[in-house]
Design a protein around this ligand. Structure first.
Ligand SMILES: [Zn+2]
Length: 705
């Protein structure tokens, strides 16, 4: 009589003994055991036909295989078979999870990354991204994949694990001098400020399509200055006939006016372009950063000033430009003090930040930045906070370099698992640091297989340090050697609460422990840098996409622990929790020492109520920079404006005082970049809601600065 097997998808197929034979053979083979497979599988078949009369399903067959092996006392083969079966089940579940994910993306892209949109291109990219995440997890060693899946570690941008690197500081001036090719023809060195400005955007866009993170112009104002010079010459030539009719002063004033109009047009073009031109298959605008503020000439200062003024104007209806992130570098002797030649630029930057939350401010007088500055290297940062300066394999400094990839440790989980035992905590931390190192070494092994032609623009066109002399089929290894590997952490505050009951804002003992913990991560990355001759660094992870993920996993695993897992997100890196009432000076003093430790990137946010003035921001920064070794600071507030007329609206009002519209747009900085409020994920929305300003609760803190 014909006997049937019902498969998992419901189809009925004829019974096939060879499949059972093969499965048992595979299990025995793994153990190097020689047994009579034919008689075992015959025993299984007999048992099947005795137990089920006409048909049987796959799970039932597998149960009977295990039972038969047990009865025959073939315990090792039975265990090997069970393991194989469990593994297959896991793969099936993953596949089905993947299908669910694909289905859900079809409805709406997820909000892990606040600046990715919801159109068709975004959805398609998300589906590819989820699929490749799955692919990469299934290809890596199982114990690593498990650590990522279970939430011990987080491999950032897993969808790009086998495809590309994170980010890059573009040496824009040099790229312009040499010309470049985006794949469709050669772009010569620009002759005018307008074309230089346009090409600066195209550089960011073209680079972004080769990489998974953001890009910066490492020294924007200075790199644009030569094109102010050539534009001025052009204007002088064009209006030469007027020279005889006008006095020299009048002629110079006339041509300077013309020049400023053109620089203004060019800078306005950058703001508009960077908020409209798409990268990555149209799913987002390029994640872009501009480093400015240390002009080497009056023309560079002009670019800096006009760029800030144009950014301040916003978009067509006064909307907030989400990009670029602007990093204004502050330095005594250049722009910080009233007597400094470019103090007016610092003042202007503070004023712009008071309405636009950009620029953010980097302190070149903090000792670790000064160390490079004094050597003639100008430190810069990505607006998302990624920082790179040291280099064991080539020239130091940020130029033409970036981060290869970060791995982040779930620090609060170690705090929970230590159960108050500090010795246990240090042991667990050491284990996790080694695991993070192993994960990045594995990633390095995968990335080394990439060739120059796989990153055709950033490597093929020589934008990255190490690409000199490489051919299209060469490995990108020399580039990886000049990039950095970041070991990051999230939730120092919750870790300290788990360990001591108090976070670093609440108790000085916890604070000391907090410094020790992060210094331990830094010591580890320094040590393995010396051991491996690779650039390892300690990263204050911004928690992009991660703010809600780790805590959700930990809540399932450990339940609700007060002050640790009883909310929607773990606190960003070393930050004092956003809902904790603290004065500005205290926040600065507590967070400042972490900046130096986190040499892969760091930022502190000062949250203020309503709209601060430029003077307030200048006061905060001057206090911070003269009283601590802090470097990178962003001033945050909840920016809201009327989408119909552009009027700025105060924190709580739901209607526009000017046109009565209720079409109100909120913008916040929750992680590295500004985002429209509706684009936040659950964790980040909760963080936005919980934020307490650092002046609102202590009304007199401005005067204490
Ligand atoms: Zn309005």
């Amino acid at each position: 009589m014909k006997y049937y097997v019902i498969k998992r998808d419901g189809r009925k197929v004829s019974f096939d003994l060879s499949k059972i034979h093969n499965a048992i053979m595979r299990s025995a083979k793994n153990l190097d055991l020689s047994v009579d497979i034919t008689s075992i599988s015959q025993a299984v078949e007999n048992r099947i036909r005795e137990t089920y009369k006409y048909e049987i399903n796959v799970e039932q067959i597998q149960d009977l295989i295990e039972d038969t092996l047990m009865d025959l006392k073939l315990i090792d083969i039975k265990n090997s078979y069970s393991n194989y079966r469990t593994e297959r089940t896991r793969v099936r579940e993953l596949k089905s999870e993947l299908m669910d994910t694909v289905h859900n993306i079809g409805v709406e892209t997820d909000r892990d990354n606040a600046n990715v949109g919801n159109n068709f291109s975004s959805k398609l990219l998300r589906i590819a991204s989820e699929t490749n995440k799955w692919h990469n997890l299934s290809k890596m060693p199982k114990h690593l994949a498990k650590m990522h899946e279970l939430g011990d570690l987080y491999f950032h941008d897993l969808d790009s694990y086998n495809l590309t690197l994170n980010c890059l500081h573009i040496d824009t001036g040099k790229v312009f001098e040499n010309g470049f090719n985006t794949g469709y023809g050669t772009i010569r060195q620009p002759k005018r400020i307008e074309s230089a400005a346009e090409l600066s955007c195209i550089l960011l866009q073209a680079s972004q399509n080769d990489m998974f993170g953001g890009q910066s112009h490492v020294n924007f104002d200075n790199d644009m200055a030569p094109y102010v010079v050539s534009t001025r010459e052009e204007i002088h030539t064009e209006y030469a006939p007027l020279k005889d009719a006008l006095s020299e002063d009048a002629f110079n004033a006339f041509t300077q006016d013309k020049l400023i109009t053109r620089v203004r047009q060019a800078m306005q073009g950058i703001v508009y372009n960077l908020n409209t031109m798409h990268s990555r298959a149209g799913s987002q605008v390029p994640f872009s950063s501009l480093n400015i503020g240390i002009p080497h000439s009056e023309d560079a200062a002009l670019v800096c000033r006009i760029f800030l003024e144009e950014y301040e104007k916003g978009l067509g209806k006064n909307e907030q430009p989400i990009f670029p992130n602007i990093i204004f570098r502050v330095k005594v002797g250049v722009n910080r003090d009233k007597k400094d030649p470019y103090y007016y630029l610092f003042q202007l930057a503070c004023k712009v930040a008071s309405t636009r939350m950009n620029p953010t401010f980097m302190n070149l007088d903090s000792d670790f930045n000064l160390h490079y500055y004094n050597k003639g290297i100008l430190p810069a940062t990505m607006g998302c906070r990624t920082y790179i300066c040291s280099n064991v394999n080539g020239p130091e400094g940020p130029n033409r370099r970036g981060n290869n990839a970060p791995t982040t440790i779930n620090l609060p989980r170690i705090g929970i698992e230590a159960r108050g035992d500090l010795d246990r905590f240090w042991e667990l931390l050491d284990e996790k640091l080694h695991a993070a190192k192993e994960s990045l070494l594995h990633r390095y092994g995968v990335l080394k297989n990439l060739k120059v032609k796989d990153l055709p623009f950033v490597v093929g066109e020589g934008l990255m340090l190490g690409s000199e002399g490489l051919e299209p089929n060469d490995t990108i290894d020399p580039i990886l050697k000049n990039g950095s590997w970041g070991i990051g952490y999230i939730g120092l505050a919750e870790t300290l609460v788990a360990l001591t009951g108090k976070h670093h804002g609440e108790s000085s003992e916890s604070r000391e422990l907090g410094y020790q913990i992060i210094q331990c991560i830094r010591d580890f990355t320094d040590k393995i840098t010396a051991d491996t001759q690779m650039n390892w660094s300690c990263y204050a992870t911004p928690a992009e996409g991660l703010s809600g993920k780790f805590i959700a996993q930990d809540r399932v695993k450990y339940g609700e622990i007060p002050g640790v897992t009883d909310k929607e997100y773990y606190t960003n890196s070393f930050h004092v929790p956003v809902g904790f009432s603290i004065s500005i000076p205290d926040k600065i003093q507590i967070e400042a020492p972490f900046h130096k430790m986190c040499n892969a990137g760091h930022i502190s946010y000062i949250e203020v109520d309503g709209y601060p003035t430029g003077e307030t921001i200048e006061k905060i920064l001057t206090y911070a920079y003269s009283h601590s070794n802090i470097s990178y600071i962003g001033i945050n507030f909840h920016l809201r404006y009327c989408k119909d007329c552009g009027t700025y609206i105060n924190e709580h009002s739901m209607t526009c005082p000017h046109c009565n519209s209720t079409n109100i747009q909120g913008v916040s900085r929750v992680t590295g970049y500004l985002s429209l409020d509706e684009r936040f994920g659950v964790g980040k929305s909760a963080e936005r809601r919980d934020r307490l300003s650092h002046d609102g609760s202590n009304k007199n803190t401005y005067t204490s600065l």
